[in-house]
Structures are given as structure tokens and as C-alpha cells.
Design a protein around this ligand. Structure first.
Ligand code: MRU
Length: 329
């Protein structure tokens, strides 16, 4: 199934629970806004485009469960605040909410929200396919591509952005290998990217995050390709660790590409205005349930970082490849 979709019979949002991968691929259903907010906060559903769809389907749940317009508006505020950095979440919520509010009755609001949420989901798949088409031109036969976090089908409704580019290149007959950085602390690279590429039979090698620069130095990386949670006027916000790969790539003359749909763009805003989500200390103090740091240690655990355009060779969107002006920010 897709990463996230509406289940008509259940009147619920169905999603692949990404916290259980790669051990188990289980689909869970959320019937309430609070259930979906919890799923978003716990990263059962995650990745910017998937969060856009989650936000939109969440509005359908709000319309289903809240009989008044005021109730719907209040419920969707919780959705928008569930995670702050990826712009897609508020985009999806607002688009579905605006559509819903054109309805006069609770039933009409629900129908309109559902139609809009489904449109958002379809548009995401179509955008990713176009990103794949344009982006695959950047990859050559035999390329080894380093990626960080998971910008694959699990991060989107389907196909993927950065991994969508790889998929499209492979579908076009190119031999492409991926180096997946594990992406501590939540391991989206080792748990999700490695899993979904293996499912598709695309060669993938898992490395620790700290191995990336030395692999680049050894000439083992041809290109770096990542997704984005938000593209702002001076650069790109993405999973913590992305900036280190970009700095290392520049040092070694390796092109650093970003693949993102226009729904992740927020060009009016500076990175300084965007809230970088800080996650709990437990994510660093415990690993797989085992304590790996003193309980009383001070922890700083930002989930995202900022990479300026001067380190980015090009951004691939559904409208084509935009080569960046390498200005300082
Ligand atoms: O915390 P996550 O797993 O939601 O972070 C996801 C990322 O940083 C992805 O790289 C980004 O959303 C791009 S998804 C196509």
C-alpha cells in the first residue's frame, strides 16, 4: 500500500507504522485527530510530503468528529503544531481546511476535505514521478549516491523524492548504488532507506553517519542526494547531519543535490524564522531500550539543520532542475 491513505470503510487514516520497520511492516488506523497527532509526534508517519498528506487527511478526521466549524478549526490547530519544521504539514492542513470550510454542513465539510486530501496525495505522487524524471538526468550509469535520512516512498505518499530520483534512474536502465547513512538518533537511514531500497532490489550499503566524509575522501561517493523539509530563501532545512555531508561534499568536489516538491518550498521565509524541532533527551540517552548515556547528562537534540545554497549544486523539483546561485548567506 501507499505510505498513507484514506480507508473509506473504516472512516480512518491508514498508515504504515514506520517506528516498527524494518522488523515489521504493520498498517495502523487513526480514527481521531489526537490519534493522528500522536502518530505524527512519534514518527509513525514522517517525512515532509507524507506529513502534508497526513495533515490533510487529519482535517477529514476533524470534520468527521467535530460538528461545528469552530470545533474543526480548533482540532486542526493541534495537527499543525504536531511538528514544526516541515512546511508540508501546515500546507496540507490549510489546503484541506480551506476546502472543507466551503461546505455548509458537517457532512459537506467532510466530503470536501476528503476530496482535497485525496488530490494532495495524488499530486504528491505525480510530483515525485516528475522529480524522478528530471533528477535521473543528473545521475550517470555506475554512480554511487550518498543519501541521508529517508527521502523515499516512506517519506512521501509514494515513490519518493531523493530515492525517487534513484528509482527513476534505475527504471531508465542506469546502474546506481546508494550509500545510506544510518541517521542517528532515530535511524531513518538504516531502518527505512535500507529497507525500502532492498525491497526494490536497488543496491545499498549502510554506513554510520560519521563515515561519510572519509568515504568521500576515498573517492567512493559520486553524488550526494537528499530531500528537504523546507526550502527557504537562503537554503534548505533537512534532517540533522545533512549540513555535515554538504560541507564534506564541497571539500571533495562532489555535487550535492536536493530533491523536493514545490509543497516543501517556503521562499518568503528565512531559515532564521523557522523553528527547528528539538526532540527528547531520551532519544540520545537510550538506544533500542538500553541506556547508553548518563541519565543526568545535558542533551541537545535538534532534529534538523540548515544547508545554505552555496553548498547545493541544484534543487530538483517537479518543474525541473534549478541550478543554484552560489551566493553566501
Ligand atoms: O524526522 P523525519 O524523519 O520526519 O525527517 C525527514 C527528513 O528529514 C527527510 O529528509 C525530509 O522530510 C525529506 S522527505 C522526502
Amino acid at each position: 500500500m501507499r505510505t498513507i491513505e484514506w480507508a473509506e470503510e473504516a472512516g480512518a487514516v491508514k498508515l504504515i507504522d514506520q517506528t516498527l520497520l524494518p522488523r515489521e511492516c504493520r498498517v495502523v488506523a487513526c480514527k481521531t485527530v489526537s490519534g493522528l497527532v500522536d502518530a505524527i509526534k512519534k514518527l509513525r508517519v514522517r517525512g515532509a510530503p507524507a506529513l502534508g498528506a497526513a495533515g490533510a487527511f487529519g482535517v477529514v478526521l476533524a470534520c468527521k468528529n467535530e460538528k461545528t466549524e469552530a470545533g474543526v478549526k480548533e482540532a486542526v490547530e493541534l495537527l499543525k503544531k504536531a511538528r514544526p519544521t516541515a512546511v508540508n504539514l501546515s500546507y496540507g492542513v490549510e489546503r484541506a481546511l480551506n476546502a472543507a470550510l466551503l461546505g455548509r454542513t458537517a457532512r459537506e465539510r467532510e466530503e470536501r476535505a476528503l476530496a482535497e486530501a485525496r488530490r494532495i496525495a495524488e499530486e504528491d505522487v505525480a510530483a515525485n514521478k516528475k522529480i524522478g524524471e528530471f533528477g535521473s538526468e543528473l545521475l550517470e550509469d555506475g554512480d554511487v549516491v550518498l543519501t541521508h535520512c529517508n527521502a523515499g516512498r516512506l517519506a512521501c505518499v509514494d515513490w519518493g523524492t531523493a530515492l525517487g530520483v534513484v528509482r527513476s534512474a534505475v527504471a531508465a536502465g542506469k546502474r546506481v548504488e546508494v550509500i545510506a547513512c544510518e541517521t542517528r538518533p532515530l535511524n531513518q537511514g538504516s531502518r527505512l532507506t535500507a529497507w525500502e531500497l532492498l525491497q526494490d532490489g536497488i543496491p545499498v550499503t549502510l554506513i554510520s553517519d560519521s563515515a561519510s566524509a572519509s568515504l568521500m575522501r576515498a573517492g567512493k561517493v559520486d553524488k550526494v542526494l537528499v530531500g528537504a523539509d523546507r526550502v527557504v530563501k537562503e537554503g534548505v532545512l533537512n534532517k540533522i547531519g545533512t549540513y555535515s555531508h554538504a560541507v564534506a561534499a564541497k571539500e571533495h568536489g562532489i555535487p550535492f543535490f536536493v530533491a523536493a516538491p514545490l509543497t516543501s518550498f517556503d521562499l518568503e521565509r528565512s531559515y532564521r524564522e523557522v523553528e527547528i524541532e528539538e526532540r527528547s533527551a531520551e532519544e540520545l540517552i537510550f538506544f533500542g531500550g538500553e541506556q547508553v548515556a548518563p541519565l543526568e547528562v545535558r542533551v541537545f537534540n535538534p532534529a534538523f539543520d540548515f544547508t545554505p545554497f552555496e553548498l547545493v549544486a541544484a534543487v530538483v523539483t517537479e518543474e525541473g532542475v534549478k541550478w543554484t546561485r552560489r551566493k553566501k548567506s
